[in-house]
Write a protein that binds this ligand. Sequence first.
Ligand code: AMP
Length: 302
Amino acid sequence: MSLLVVGSMAFDDIETPFGKATRVVGGAGTYICYAASFFTPNIGVVSVVGEDFDMGIIADLNQRGVNTDGVQVKVGEKSFFWSGKYHLDMNTRDTLDTQLNVLADFNPVVPPAMKDAQFVLLGNLTPTVQRQVIEQMNQRPRLIAMDTMNFWMTAMPDELAKTIGMVDLLMVNDEEARQLSGEYSLVRAARKIRTMGPKYLVIKKGEHGALLFHEDNVFFAPALPLEEVFDPTGAGDTFAGGFMGYLAQHGDISFEAMRKAVIHGSAMASFCVEKFGIDRLEALKQAELTERLAQFAALVTY
Ligand code: AMP
């Protein structure tokens, strides 16, 4: 089934304890599309880039079945730029620079062919832009999922609350879940956040895995213990792309399907962190993904 994605396409400068990379292609939308394309060929993306963007990436996404008609290219303007530096634990980072550029006045336009998508993934962006995408759909999609970050919780809490109130599933990390709910216990935080609108909640805990909440059900998936974590940038987006790609592939939104989607999202994210930017996802083979899913099964079955 079809999956509509909205998210940034960007250049990133990244510094980790293991090295530095400048102007690597990133952006939440980019990571999501690469990850989701391993599961479903029916993906459309809505985004905006400047004329400096690497058009080879757009062509590569097209080859992978991603429809990029919804990506606006702004002549004479610069793509979104983000720069971050990771701490030694690789779980926390500081944002050093954010240059909105083309994102500053982004008016998302969902192409007519994508307005009937059954699955929608709103990547981390201004909550008003996320809402504009929902409002352009012809009918209510089967599942609307949304990612966000602490920046929006502080900068525009009311707009964020409005958008959260319109979605079925919210994905945040543990720190963001605590900030959004004002609760330290993640179980309490999950209960409170689900009164704000979303029936489902995914709480990502970096190298400590991810939790899925729905009604009285909780599911936990660990992250695969990796020998080398090189660059965590985009791991959350890659998880989200794998998660929604899996659900769209199977057209099933039962709790059971979502449990499997968490595992598939975690497997995708485990590749993302092995190299800088999207390098590992670009090179990834389906057979490697199958093998890693088997490693996950071995890790959690007893
Ligand atoms: P993640 O590591 O999953 O949080 O995602 C990192 C990606 O998000 C990077 O490639 C950035 O380009 C992108 N990003 C960072 N901040 C923002 C923002 N405020 N709006 C949109 N995208 C962002």
